[in-house]
Write a protein that binds this ligand. Structure first.
Ligand code: COA
Length: 174
């Protein structure tokens, strides 16, 4: 039985063990980590899947404040989703979907910012309407596969065609 709770309630060392198990030890070299470098996790949107009865962490989903900087230098804030990780021996049991539904439930009140992620479209498009369709002109601070750069936003939401994705920095007060 899976319960979704705030990730902030989990010991960070346990989350690191889970991420190592799902993505391997070299995961911090991935481009996704560079996109949100220096940012604090968005605690209100980051969730854990746990088996309460067994007191076990099964999966986690983290969110980060990032921004797409367009060619005029304007920053468009977005929420970066990921990593989404499920322990290998628990995969395929609906935990990944429960985590994402946990996030979408938190966002229900105010789904105003686009969600962006690097992930498998065969999973994230199929279940959650993330798509690479509108990210073709975007660049990242490292190598990436364009088919895996996904965004979820209402069709009529204005999204820059071109831009560079990186950490969301507050503009310097003038
Ligand atoms: C990707 C991940 C989060 C999915 O969570 P999960 O709990 O295993 O998946 P769910 O139980 O919610 O969904 C299962 C369904 O999704 C499919 N699926 C799972 N991972 C998939 C992937 N990477 N690509 C395509 N389909 C996938 C399964 O085949 C299954 O389909 P079915 O219902 O038709 O049999 C999880 O497998 C994971 O942590 N993997 C390791 C990290 C990774 O490889 N991530 C790559 C994507 S960023």
């Amino acid at each position: 039985m899976t319960t979704i709770i705030p990730l902030a309630e989990i010991d960070p060392a346990l989350v690191e063990d889970l991420l190592d198990a799902a993505f391997g030890k070299r995961r911090s070299q991935r481009t996704a980590y560079k996109v949100r470098e220096g940012m604090e996790m968005l605690e209100g949107l980051s969730v854990a899947a746990v088996n309460m009865a067994a007191n076990e962490l099964l999966g986690s989903l983290q969110c980060w404040p990032v921004a797409l900087t367009d060619d005029k230098g304007k920053m468009h804030p977005m929420i970066m989703v990921g990593p989404v990780a499920v322990y290998p021996d628990c995969q395929g049991d609906g935990i990944g979907q429960a985590l994402m539904n946990g996030l979408l439930k938190e966002l229900q009140q105010d789904e105003s910012l686009p969600l962006v992620m690097i992930g498998d479209p065969a999973y994230y498009d199929r279940f959650f309407n993330f798509s690479p369709e509108r990210t073709g002109g975007w660049t990242l601070p490292g190598p990436w596969d364009p088919e895996r750069l996904l965004v979820r936003a209402p069709k009529d939401a204005p999204l820059p065609e071109k831009g560079k994705l990186g950490p969301w920095q507050k503009p310097d007060p003038a």
